[in-house]
Design a protein. Sequence first.
Length: 591
Amino acid sequence: MGILGTGPASAASGTPPTPAKGPSLSEEEKYWTAGRMDNAVPVDAAPGPAAARHGISAQRATAHRPPPSGTPEPEHFAGHRTVGTFFFDGTPLGGPKTYCTGSVVHTAAKDIVLTAGHCGLGLQGATHRIFVPMYRSGKSAAEQPYGVFPVAQMYLDARYSKNTKSAASDLDLAFAQVDANSHGKVEDVTGALTFTPTSSYHHKVTVIGYPGSGDINPGHTPVRCPVSTSQLPGFRQLRMTCKGFYGGVSGGPWIEDYDSATGTGKVIGNTGGYNGGGNDANDDWVTYAPVYGKDAQDLFDHAAAHRQLGRKPPYQGPGDPWLPGSAATWQHAGLLASGDFRQTGHSDMIVVWTDGEVTLYPGNGHGGYDTERRLLAPNGTWKNAKTITAGDFTGSDQFDLLVRWVDGEVTLYGDVGSNGLDRAGTQMIKPNDTWKNAVQIAAGRFNASQHVTDLIVRWVDGELTLYTNVGAGTFGQEHKLKDPNDTWKNATLLTSGEFSGNTKWDLMVRWIDGELDNYVGTTTSGLGSEQRILDPDKTWTHDTAMTTGNYSGNGRTDDLVIRWSDGETTMYTDTGATRLGTEHTLVAPTS
């Protein structure tokens, strides 16, 4: 995971930044007059009387669709010490002052405040920036009930893009480290919420935020709304409906086990996410929040420890696996192949889409993926790719892609990570009727080679063949593992990997009835011993595409990736000879 730790004037350099000393407390108290704060606009909003929906666009309070009948109304209330507002300079310098909502979260350092990532990006570039617990409109910084706390440092995930609608919107959170004021450290003054990662989507929470002032909320008072959450389909995000969540609420906490007297509880999300936290229509009554998984926990840990991390690429580190796009998109991921295409020591994934587009997803070595890279735009030629697999057939320590086409031609594309796919490749065999019947092909290391240079082919009549020492232009030596037979006609998907931890790889088979078996120690002498992983299972009949790579950092090709028929995509890390590994969602299901 790429984590940004930036001071007020940090540059995007390859070395950790030294936090610049920002304005002092007394300077911030002088700067932030009652007028400057009262006239601030929600983050990203255009100046003027219009209110922004979650700070995304200038929109009047009346310019939205009516909510469904029964949608709850928020309660305007006095607020809590644990929740407040951030105020900061606009961009460019001298532009309109802006604000977001934030909440204090418990750490040993007692100086960390949670907000949205798109708020954090604004705070990161500001000169004057403060957190105001339980903000009171009409009062200057010096007159606020608990004072103001200057922002010293911001922590964000480097993969997040402002108000994106991609999978990176799952990372829309940030932490601010704030300096103490005359009352003490912020947590000693206000108390704190408990930062609480979760893997589920259905919760009862109270959502708090500071909507825009003006006609919408003349006193700039906070609102709260008790709601039940669901999943935003296709994303690792919570969804709730409640009226009146206009611009300014971004970053506000979603609190489980909420204590209305103290404002404490477990914060499991913050307003933000897809499109900055709202739907495409910018309705005030639809609001989103990222679910806090491993990525969020790592970011929190770095903030709590005050670790300084610069923008040094590649953005690698522990993190949740995730892939951009919804399950509806991933229904069109036709073919998958894994391999070390970039010579990083771990796997990347290539996807051939049903429209002929080809995409590379760089693995980060910790079970996640960095920014996708398009190898080919949608095209008619690659619609005809029927089977793909990856291995180091050229012996360069960089994986190659092998493709069997609809007409039986087989082509090898060497060193894909360096050379791309926009070229002819090496023709392994001309179009022919025999290889039209090569239903599945899986590359592995089943012989003595140190490279992944062997191929197992399952033919349409159930025959199983092993080709060893495959190279550019040659299929090497052929070994028959199974004569044509009816049983192996039902071997629906094949993949291979180091599931047993041996030097020689195993062959994994998903059968037509959903049974999953691993053949340990498969060599030129024959199939290895059959190890049952799953008995016939109706769920696994929906396993549509399957590949195995070295994604989780243990040095073995034993992480099984499954694309299901509904587009949900799952990784089973550290899969063994007789069991599936730990399950991680790469692409969330639609519901």
